[in-house]
Design a protein around this ligand. Structure first.
Ligand code: ASP
Length: 327
């Protein structure tokens, strides 16, 4: 029986890393070698494997991921049933959300990686790759956008976060939990998410948007400098439900007169508030000064959405519309 066609793209990461002359592990293996190391994949799909990059994920750029989105769209148009993207786990929550925003249609895009190197005892890469492939060709995963599968857990791109530096169970969706698991080699989705607006790949890569975490005693000099450095937008991670020191609020208000400023939370999870706290620097004050609340999106994910929105020189109103589905 013919298997579904599956595109596997490897961008690098610990899953591809083996000891190198540097004294530590470094990206080495390509997609073909990863696929060859998991013979059971042959029973899941007819695989086309490519290695567009061999990078540690801190060095993957937004442009790289936009390129990957274009490759996936072309493969889908050409008949591939799904796509697996392998990359380092440090930035997988960002890449996954960007692909979720960029790749349209119902076909699954599944990201995975590994917390342990390819030659480490108990390497988790092979099991993760097999889980990702099973998920990417499954009917259940259709219509869910980009998913991340790690340690058998299936996460939606908009919620997933790396929450530990080393455990194979590092990936969590603290707001809602995983959507399901891969068990006995079969994906089981216990809940579903709806698709959110998709942004055209053809409009190119978003500009870099600074992300500033507000801390106790912060005085905001850096914030004031940002528009003159040429940044077209800014995301601040406020305290709690979206708060900053009273003295920082007018500075943010001035910046928001010049470029769109999105307000996320530095808390691990939960929505930014819009109408509860009435003190200077509280969310009501900041929103009145023109800041745009990011809803439940983390700062890391919010800066990607704001960036896509700003590709065409958008206003704060356009940013407000972009974040509306995430409130
Ligand atoms: N530092 C590695 C990377 O992100 C970590 C990993 O892949 O798990 O490339």
């Amino acid at each position: 029986m013919a298997h579904p066609r599956l595109l596997i793209l490897s961008l690098g990461g610990t899953i591809t890393m083996v000891p190198s002359e540097s004294g530590g592990i470094a990206p080495t293996l390509g997609a073909e070698e990863l696929v060859a190391s998991v013979p059971a994949l042959a029973k899941v799909a007819d695989i086309e494997a490519h290695s567009p990059f061999r990078l540690p994920s801190p060095s993957i750029s937004i442009e790289n991921i936009v390129e990957v989105a274009g490759t996936i769209e072309r493969a889908f148009a050409d008949g591939a049933a799904g796509a697996v993207v392998i990359q380092g786990t440090d930035t997988i929550e960002e890449s996954a959300f960007l692909l979720d925003l960029l790749v349209g249609g119902d076909k699954p895009v599944v990201m995975t990686g590994a917390m342990r190197g390819a030659q480490a005892p108990g390497a988790d890469g092979p099991a993760n790759l097999l889980s990702a492939a099973s998920l990417a060709v499954s009917e259940e995963a259709r219509g869910l956008g980009t998913l991340v599968v790690m340690n058998y857990d299936i996460h939606a791109a908009r919620f997933v976060q790396k929450s530990h530096t080393t455990l194979p169970s590092a990936f969590q969706s603290p707001l809602v939990g995983p959507l399901g698991v891969v068990a006995e080699g079969r994906p089981r989705l216990y809940t579903r998410v709806s698709r959110l607006p998709v942004w055209p790949v053809a409009d190119g890569a978003p500009p870099p948007i600074p992300l500033i975490k507000i801390a106790m005693g912060y005085e905001g000099r850096l914030l004031r400098a940002l528009p003159d450095l040429g940044y077209p937008g800014l995301v601040v991670e406020g305290m709690g439900a979206g708060h900053v020191p009273a003295d920082v609020a007018p500075i943010l208000g001035e910046v928001a007169q010049r470029i769109p400023v999105a307000l996320a939370s530095r808390s691990m999870t939960g929505p930014v508030f819009t109408n509860t706290y009435g003190y200077p620097g509280g969310e009501i004050d900041l929103i009145q000064r023109g800041l745009v609340p990011t809803g439940y999106l983390s700062g890391l994910k919010a800066r990607l959405l704001l960036g896509l929105c700003l590709r065409k020189g958008a206003t704060a109103d356009a940013a407000r519309r972009a974040f509306a589905p995430y409130q």
